[in-house]
Ligand binder design. Sequence first.
Ligand code: ZN
Length: 295
Amino acid sequence: MLPTSLPTSLLPDALLPASLRATRVSIPDALWGDTLQRLPFLDYLNDDDLRRLKALCEELLQKKPLAGVGEFEVDDATAVLIAAQACVLVLNLDLSLYDDMSAILVYPEAFSVRQQHLDEAGVLHEWDEELAGEAVDQGGAVVLSWQDLMQPTEPGMPYNLVIHEFAHKIDMGRGSANGFPPFIEGLHQRAELAHWPEAFSAAYDDFCERVDLLENSLPPDFDPERDDHAELYDALAAELPLDPYAASDPAEFFAVASEAFFVAPAPLCEDYPQIYRLLAAWYRQDPLAAANSAR
Ligand SMILES: [Zn+2]
């Protein structure tokens, strides 16, 4: 519960444009404390970082509409939980990286999206896909499933739905997502990021080979619906520094690598040190060094 002297919701008029919103968003300290407890991977941030992160969250929630889809209502705890994970990506960059995002929308659970693909023979294939999250390019929203974003990830596992979708949104800064986020004059050093294309292509190719090897080692009658098979797959996937989904395409590789960079950076840094260093240069953060020096 929030203190009675404060508005009962941080987002009383969430769907209004920022200029029409009367109340300035101010996250109560108790709610901020609860949020940090639910995101233990943010332990690497120092007090000054956390103050700046809170201010960025307030600015994001002030500027961007955040709402449930249909009847679903987003409470303050969920809003701040999403904002903290979205803002850690731009903590040492600029919130303007999300200027292109129209809104943050939350479904109560995984949602179905119509997908289309035109194959080489010119045949249009259409199907419904269940998604836990989606980032829509060209001024679109970030869409998240509440059930999935509330699911705590096991410590050390490199998964984070919110970071994944907001990394896509950043990647879309130059058009559609392609795994090459925009270079920001004045914040980024060209020399530090010069090897991005070769390094990311090489790491992506290597990771795809590792996922192929994993898939080839599965039993011929592999069925992901079978519990013992699913357990075997998870055990093999846990040997990888990234979720095998990173092998889907270069844009997914960047989004999944960003998840690992913030949430479980050690295996990523061990297996792909150049990718870790490039992400550290791009995000202008070094979670691994910060966590080690805090110990
Ligand atoms: Zn993705």
